[in-house]
Design a protein around this ligand. Structure first.
Ligand code: IPM
Ligand code: MG
Length: 358
């Protein structure tokens, strides 16, 4: 087994949260007798500063030489939309997804028992429990479609972004969703805008074909605007939510917020072969970077997903998740999840507590 891990520490709080996570991984290595090797990969705003490109030549090859990729966060106001595309961190993120073929993005959003009070919804709603998985298509649709910018005669500049989806792209993400549902509560909600968009009508017809094939899994169609509402009205109704790239981008942020803290949620992006990429859902939080304030839990839980999906080390993944839950149950809080009057600890202390629980 290739236990070589590519580390993209990135920008903002990225280096701090990856640093704590590496120490957790090493602790797992000690306890379970594995050796992990790390390869640092320069990508994001820091790469633009160092070599003039946010996605330096050879980035994908370096990642492909590893068994998995762990990413902290990239981006920040310093590298905004006034920069040329090749210096923007977002360009790098889209490029690595494309180059590694990471078309399936799994974003679990679960309310952790010790944090039920952090849920911003009504108590009755939180008490019903929230445990859903957003399966977002990650390499197609409008984020990867042709863009255009041209001058019109009388309306000034005009721009276009094309949303395209093929049957093949829809089918492979759909299969992932149904397969994941089989490992969970066996329900798939497919989210689209079929009352308006042609891509959504194709999406829906492919999903219906799959729903027949996976007859043991309950299936429903849901329009994206309704889904946005249902996520705050009754998130407990969802098991697996599968949707296209842009809808998934938006809905996964919403889903993460209903669980109380975006600082807790991990994600995995995978293709059919090659290394998968694991990263927290949150961004680089430049406002608190370098201050030992960031919550490392989302990145640590991303490492747990890495053990489970890339290394088939499920006992090790369980140990990390249990250690996080124990730290929360013991009352340890970083600033983002501390309630009124609760004392907050820093990034390093939280990492230490979790390690000591393994
Ligand atoms: C995410 C982010 C990215 C996306 C941006 C930074 C390009 O919002 O991972 O959800 O839209 O995919
Ligand atoms: Mg997003």
């Amino acid at each position: 087994m290739n236990y070589k891990i590519a580390l993209i520490r990135g920008d903002g709080i990225g280096p701090e949260i990856v640093g704590e996570t590496v120490k957790v991984i090493d602790r797992i290595g000690e306890r379970y007798g594995h050796t992990f090797e790390y390869v640092d990969v320069l990508m994001g705003g820091c790469a633009a500063d160092a070599v003039g490109l946010s996605y330096p030549e050879g980035t994908a090859e370096l990642c492909r030489s590893c068994g998995a990729v762990l990413l902290g966060a990239v981006g920040g106001p310093k590298w905004g939309s006034d920069r040329p595309a090749e210096q923007r961190p977002e360009t790098a993120l889209l490029a690595i997804r494309r180059d590694l073929g990471l078309y399936a993005n799994l974003r679990p959003a679960a309310l952790r028992p010790a944090l039920a009070d952090a849920c911003p919804l009504k108590r009755e709603t939180a008490e019903r429990g929230i445990d859903l998985l957003v399966v977002r298509e990650l390499t197609g649709g409008i984020y990867f479609g042709k863009r255009g910018r041209y001058q019109t005669g009388d309306r000034g500049l005009e721009c276009t972004d094309l949303m395209a989806y093929s049957e093949k792209e829809i089918e492979r993400i759909g299969r992932r969703a149904f397969e994941m549902a089989r490992l969970r509560r066996k329900k798939v909600s497919s989210v689209d805008k079929a009352n308006v968009l042609e891509t959504s009508r194709l999406w829906r017809s492919v999903m219906h074909r799959l729903a027949e094939e996976y007859a043991d899994v309950a299936y429903e169609d849901m329009l994206v605007d309704n889904c946005a509402m249902q996520l705050v009205r009754d998130p407990g109704q969802f098991d697996v939510v599968v949707t296209e790239n842009m809808f998934g981008d938006i809905l996964s942020d919403e889903a993460s917020m209903v669980t109380g803290s975006i600082g807790l949620l991990p994600s995995a992006s995978m293709g059919d072969a090659g290394p998968a990429l694991y990263e927290p859902i949150h961004g680089s939080a430049p406002d608190i970077a370098g201050q030992d304030k960031a919550n490392p839990i989302a990145t640590i839980l991303s490492a747990a997903m890495m053990f489970r999906y890339s290394f088939q080390l499920s006992a090790e993944a369980d140990a990390i998740e249990a250690a996080v839950d124990q730290a929360l149950a013991e009352g340890w809080r970083t600033a983002d999840i501390a309630g009124p009057g609760e004392e907050a600890v820093g990034t390093q202390k939280m990492g230490q507590v979790i390690r000591d629980n393994i």
